[in-house]
Ligand binder design. Sequence first.
Ligand SMILES: [Mn+2]
Length: 242
Amino acid sequence: MILLISDLHLEEKRPDITRAFLLFIATRARQAEALYILGDFFEVWIGDDGMTPFQHEIARALRELSDAGTHIYLMHGNRDFLIGKRFCREAGCTLLSDPHKVQFNGEPVLLMHGDSLCTLDVSYMKLRRWLRNPLVLLILRNLPLTTRQKLARKLRNESRAQTQMKASEIIDVTPEEVIQVMAAHGVHTLIHGHTHRPAVHELEVEGQSARRIVLGDWDRQGWALQIDETGFNQAPFELTPA
Ligand SMILES: [Mn+2]
């Protein structure tokens, strides 16, 4: 059995989500061969050298899961794209590139965070290209922590202000981009997060029926996609009461 989650946006301000996640990895995820976390695992990440006690606690919990035999795969989201090798070593997880192609139940499946599919969001796409440039990343990683904290706060405030002004279709994925990416990778199943719109969308890729599975974000409830011999099934669950 394989589990996929995304968009937990873990932060100290949401102990309910943290509790639900710690319970999830101590129970359900223990039964899984692999756990895939498809981005925006943390609400913010300014660098492995700036890990807070809270973030170390999450790393420790992941490490326990991986020591117990579950493979953990982590993909960057737009919030936590500065997660690096040090965190992954500490947490016992493997960093995946975006997109990443896998085989589930003998079927090729493409995994993405999903932000790169929102091509109509021109200003964000420009920022994304800039922030994924290796030289920019090198400079960012070497800025003092306090500067990075300020930058992260500024980026989040700007993205919040802009998102409120944009039409909903702009921050959703571009259908043509989805078809193009799926065709280019030769898959008929795509799994991604980012949009916070959990669903299964049927579509056609090169004349064949295909599907796009969108993972849910953890907010009022948690979401996990489970892949086993019965197929691909996503269901929400209650966050643990205090
Ligand atoms: Mn995202």
